[in-house]
Design a protein. Structure first.
Length: 199
């Protein structure tokens, strides 16, 4: 997809675009992630950009967005206060504010992440420890795509993935949720070209 096609398709009122990826970002790629955030915020009018407020890719994308307009960045966090000092978003929605019992599809799709499927029910039952908190991160990742009754779903998702070990962990789960729900997924093989073309 060319940058102009992306703009034409997704820069409309109510559009949410997810920007996220791996926590480990090659040092040479960090300026590119920030540049993409800057380019997107500068060249669009309506898109609300969404992040998970994680270190790595989320951080670098968010720096670019907030360098133009922090109000157009929304973060979904696994719990209140998550990485608060690094959060520059105009809006933060914590998983603690979401009535998960009222979101059965969100829970069902979170259970599809094999490594944490057995942790979802204990987490929902109120069990909080170093193991069950992993469920909060997967639930957060699912919310970023599907939204909730009060949070708009994503229309498109731009990822920074690891080409040597693609679609792993929380990033892989988020990509899978996107694909199951017909949310277009574009990784750096696409959007690096946007930057090189000088769009």
């Amino acid at each position: 997809m060319k940058f102009c096609e992306f703009i034409e398709r997704f820069d409309c009122p109510g559009s949410v675009v997810l920007l996220e990826g791996k926590r480990t970002v090659a040092e040479s790629d960090r300026p590119r992630l920030e540049a993409l955030g800057f380019l997107l915020a500068r060249r669009t009018r309506h898109i609300l950009f969404r992040s998970g407020n994680a270190s790595g890719a989320d951080h670098w994308f968010s720096r670019g967005i907030t360098g133009v307009d922090p109000k157009r960045l929304q973060v979904i966090t696994p719990y209140a206060g998550h990485r608060r000092k690094d959060n520059r978003a105009g809006e933060t929605i914590s998983l603690d504010r979401i009535d998960l019992a009222d979101e059965p599809e969100l829970i069902a799709q979170s259970r599809l992440h094999g490594k944490t499927s057995g942790l979802i029910d204990p987490y929902l039952a109120g069990e909080r420890n170093a193991v069950t908190i992993k469920a909060a991160y997967i639930l957060r990742d699912t919310v970023k795509v599907l939204g909730t009754k009060d949070v708009m779903p994503a229309a498109c998702a731009l990822f920074y993935d690891d080409p040597q070990a693609p679609r792993r962990g929380g990033t892989g789960h988020t990509m899978a949720v996107c694909e199951r729900n017909a949310v277009p997924v574009l990784d750096q093989r696409c959007w690096f070209q946007w930057l090189e073309d000088g769009s």
